[in-house]
Design a protein around this ligand. Sequence first.
Ligand SMILES: [Zn+2]
Length: 190
Amino acid sequence: MKCPFCRQSNSHVIDSRLGKDGEMIRRRRECMVCSRRFTTYERVEEAMPMVVKKDGRREAFDRLKIINGLKRACQKRPVSMDAIEAMADSIERGLQERGEKEVPGSIIGEAAMRELHDTDAVAYVRFASVYRSFKDLNEFMAELEDLLNQRSNRATPKPPRKAGTPRKVRRKSAGAGNPPTSAPSGSESA
Ligand SMILES: [Zn+2]
């Protein structure tokens, strides 16, 4: 950081404090050459990653779109605008923290689901049922059951439920002459 008076870059920080909005740090510096003092401000770079759509198109991150989606899910529910804004903030922060230039759109949808999940059960199910278009009713019910369990056990949170049954341990067959059994190629749909 160059001194504005003598253009030398040797300075040391004599004081740092958070700005009023909490989003900026104000530093008081003293030039080690001319001893004059000056102030610098430091703020987080607020560049948002581009959102990659399913068809490969890129879109600029749109906070309003997220707010609107959350609002739709929370329609006629006891969820304040402040709460909706807070959810959007949290989603936005999450994306920034990834530190990537591009993120798949699905990440935003999943983040919105997590936020709604912790805010309002009905809004969550509304959003999730539309967003995720559940593959079958069982999946939907399992999801709902999880949600209800979590709500009633708020004080003692359960560890996350593992999906599916435990995988069988495949033992190597020692049968001589048998061709090695090749595992079926995984064809899980993404
Ligand atoms: Zn100076």
